[in-house]
Design a protein. Structure first.
Length: 213
């Protein structure tokens, strides 16, 4: 518990040092947050990421998985459904808690800093985000989302994968996915500039739906 407190404290500090000073944006009401939830759950990024994750999982599933989860199209469909359910549970829980606690579910990019500083900011924002008033707060919505993502698999995964250890592992994967999403948003403008410089993708860069919070 002490180690967790130290990690959370460090994350809050590193995140708070690089956020744009005086940065303000219009707060989201509950309807706006629900619209964002719809984009997250039903948007193109959800389908792309879920499909990629399902393909990787099908190719490298644990040896103890039953045959139905290991062979052919049926296995891919099960892994796709599992990843989609975890993604939907994560974002639904985040929506509910952010609405109740008045947390802002959007990512706030760093104002400036080194690549490492901005990366630390993106990772730290998983643990300490902003409320609707723009002030720093503990990211309870993210923790709730990770817990929901970890727990939902207990309803349908094969025997041996519905225990507390695997639930915690799935929750940690969920937190890691949030950090990855923050990193994508943090560095998307830089990547787009590089792509345009080399005339890749006709200057389109990273599509907006890929970095939607």
């Amino acid at each position: 518990m002490h180690k967790l407190s130290v990690i959370l404290g460090a994350s809050v500090l590193c995140a708070g040092t690089v956020v744009a000073q005086g940065f303000s944006r219009a707060p989201l009401n509950v309807g706006d947050k629900f619209t964002l939830l719809e984009e997250q759950v039903f948007g193109p990024r959800s389908t792309v990421i879920t499909g990629l994750a399902a393909g990787i999982r099908t190719a490298r599933e644990p040896s103890s998985y039953p045959q139905a989860w290991s062979d052919g199209k049926g296995a891919f469909a099960r892994h796709f459904g599992d990843n989609y359910a975890r993604h939907a549970a994560q974002n639904t829980a985040r929506f509910v808690v952010s609405a109740l606690r008045h947390e802002d579910p959007r990512y706030l990019p760093a104002a400036s800093g080194s690549v490492l500083g901005r990366a630390l900011h993106a990772a730290g924002f998983v643990f300490a985000d902003c409320n609707d008033g723009g002030h720093r707060t503990l990211a309870v919505a993210n923790f709730a989302g990770a817990a929901a993502s970890g727990l939902v698999g207990d309803a349908y995964l094969p025997d041996g994968f519905r225990d507390a250890t695997h639930t915690r592992q799935r929750a940690l994967v969920s937190l890691a996915s949030m950090a990855g999403r923050n990193l994508a948003q943090e560095f998307a403008p830089d990547i787009t500039r590089v792509l345009r410089r080399f005339h890749i993708g006709h200057g389109a860069g990273i599509p907006a739906w890929w970095t939607t919070k």
